[in-house]
Ligand binder design. Sequence first.
Ligand SMILES: [Zn+2]
Length: 227
Amino acid sequence: MILPTPGTIPLEFAVIEFIPRRNHCNVDNGWCANQANQFTKPRIFRTMALRDILVYPDSRLRKRATPVETVDSAVTQLIDDMAQTMYGAPGIGLAATQVNVSKRIVVIDISEAHDQLQVFINPVICGSGERVETEEGCLSVPGIVAPVSRFSQAHVTALDRHGVPFELQTEGLLAICIQHEVDHLDGKVFVDYLSQLKRDRIRKHLVRESRPEATGVARSKENTPAL
Ligand SMILES: [Zn+2]
C-alpha cells in the first residue's frame, strides 16, 4: 500500500494533476500506541534482496495465498526481502502475493522514520467500527490513488517473524493498511472496489505505461509512495 502524496496521480484527472494528502479517519491521534509490543527494533539488513513487484492487471495477483506452515529460514529471508522491497519502493505495506510468492505474509511500516516494521504471518482480520473512506494507493497499481471504503478498526491475529502468535486491536491507518494487504493475500486488489469504468481506465493506463517506450511521471517511483 502507498500513501497518497503530492505528485501522485488522482484517477479522475489527467496525468499531471497533483492532489494534497487527505485522510478521513483521524490517523494522527496516537492510534499506534497499543501496538508497541508488536514492533521490531530497527535492524541492519543483511542479505536481503529487492524482489520484483507484480503490476496490475497481472493475473498472478489474483492467486489466493496459502498459509505458512512452518516459520523457517526461508520464510524469514522472504520477510527480509519483502521489507527491503517495501522500503525501497517506497511503500508502507506489502503482501507476499505482490512479489509472486503465494504465502500468507504481510509486512507493514507506517512510521515516519521507517523503523517500526510489523510482520504478519497467516493474518486473520475482523473489521469493525464505522466505514471510512480513505484515498489508497498500491505498489502493484503504480501512480494511481482512489478512495476506498473500509472498516475504521480491525482486530488481527497472526504469527510474528519468530512464529509466535499475537493479536492486536488497531484503528486508523494501520487498520486500513492491514485490510488492504490481506485483500492481496485473497487475490484482491484495491481497484476491485472501483467501478468497471475506472478499472478499465486504470488497466489501459498501466498497460500503456508498461510498454518500453513509455515515460513520464506515472512511472516515477519518487512520486509513488505506496501499500
Ligand atoms: Zn497493494
